[in-house]
Ligand binder design. Structure first.
Ligand code: IMP
Length: 201
């Protein structure tokens, strides 16, 4: 057993949506945002999603002295050699809005034909029983699609309006939250992650 059920787990995020989603699945544990323990956000210095997720989980576990969960996600575009990647949230610069990032992406891909606009959303979730945990739980989710030429739809966030989803033939921002969660990178990572965690309890 890695940790006992009913124990608190600190989440290295202040995102209410993520907290609710994870709490609903890990119902026997109390998921508490790191802000409750005055944990400062870790600097995301990793070059990969998995490195950044580990950095965030370790920081939360260390400062809250509790088991910790963190995730890191972003968009990988083939024609841009993987950019924006771990820089997805700050693609158009520090403090950039979703709109700024989408505009920069569309401008950078101007003239690139459909078949070369392949891309995927990645999500990595990490659980660490404590800050020195040498065997963290790591689950990854990948959602394949293409980058559209124009923004469409109003649901979701980030790059959803320019991410074309082949299985539904629409932009991710045109999907309901329930459908998106059932197929998305985050949904996949969360499912795999909770299966491993429950097996370790
Ligand atoms: P975070 O690490 O989960 O906060 O996400 C990093 C960035 O990746 C976000 O700010 C978005 O720009 C992008 N991103 C991650 N997941 C999604 C998604 O499901 N839809 C749209 N954009 C996403």
């Amino acid at each position: 057993m890695t940790f006992s059920s009913s124990q608190q787990i600190v989440l290295a995020s202040g995102n209410l949506g993520k907290i609710k989603e994870i709490q609903a699945i890990l119902a026997t544990h109390r998921i508490v945002p790191q802000s409750v323990f005055n944990v400062q956000e870790a600097e995301e210095t990793g070059l990969t999603f998995v490195e950044n997720a580990i950095i965030k989980a370790r920081n939360a576990a260390l400062h809250a002295q509790l088991p910790a969960i963190a995730d890191d996600s972003g968009l990988v575009v083939d024609a841009l050699k993987g950019e924006p990647g771990v820089f997805s949230a700050r693609y158009a610069g520090l403090g950039a809005s979703d709109q700024d990032n989408v505009t920069k992406l569309l401008q950078t891909l101007e003239g690139v034909p459909d078949e070369q606009r392949t891309a995927r959303f990645i999500c990595v979730m990490v659980f660490m029983a404590h800050a020195e945990d040498p065997f963290p739980v790591i689950a990854q989710g990948v959602w394949e699609g293409r980058i559209l030429h124009h923004a469409v739809g109003t649901n979701g966030f980030g790059y959803d309006p320019v991410f074309w989803v082949p299985e539904y033939n629409c932009a991710s921002a045109e999907l309901s939250a329930a459908i998106k969660n059932s197929v998305s990178h985050r949904g996949q990572a969360l499912t795999g992650f909770t299966q491993i965690i429950k097996a370790r309890e």
